[in-house]
Design a binder for this molecule. Structure first.
Ligand code: SF4
Ligand code: SF4
Length: 169
């Protein structure tokens, strides 16, 4: 584990985050509250931390194609952004996840993304940490980037060579 990894691990404990959300937020708030009515804390708790929105994408013939090339600032072991507080200043195309982003066409968020699911009338899946109450359930269900064949974007010459067709995108 390098210094940065250690810093990330100590600053952020995914299970503590879920425990706090379960303790402090209204049970199953996502079932009866619209995204637009959610508090900042509820909104933040919805992110399952899959990391898939940090993959580079191409728009081809009106459709978003994901690649397995990840943003250079993503820590692939934890799926955390290494520069989270400054991400928009450092990465010009890093996107805030707001309602406009969720509804943008063509869809660029993975179809497992909690925000996209709720906005499109679906419930959260069983493996979502707010449902399972376990931060590790995203990885166990194979829904995060952990364990996938990935490449750092700094090593990519042509993104078209790295297009992937994973079922959960
Ligand atoms: S795709 Fe959605 S759930 Fe996954 S990390 Fe991005 S915002 Fe969070
Ligand atoms: S800078 Fe943006 S795209 Fe890159 S890892 Fe951080 S959140 Fe993801």
């Amino acid at each position: 584990m390098n210094e940065l990894d250690e810093e990330l691990q100590t600053q952020y404990n995914p299970q503590e985050r879920i425990d706090a959300a379960v303790r402090e937020l209204e049970p199953e708030f996502w079932r009866h509250k619209k995204l637009s009515d959610m508090s900042k804390e509820e909104w933040e708790a919805l992110c399952d931390g899959c990391g898939k929105c940090c993959l580079n994408k191409l728009e081809i013939k009106g459709k978003i194609r994901f690649t397995n090339a990840y943003c250079r600032f993503l820590d692939c072991k934890s799926c955390l952004c290494k520069i989270y507080p400054h991400r928009f200043e450092v990465v010009s195309d890093c996107r805030d996840i707001d309602l406009a982003a969720i509804r943008e066409q063509p869809r660029w968020l993975p179809k497992t993304c909690a925000y996209w699911l709720l906005d499109n009338g679906y419930d959260l899946p069983d493996w979502h940490p707010l449902v399972s109450r376990k931060a590790s359930s995203v990885v166990k269900a194979g829904m995060s980037l952990v364990g996938r064949q990935l490449i750092n974007e700094t090593k990519v010459k042509d993104y078209e060579d790295y297009i992937v067709d994973w079922e959960d995108l």
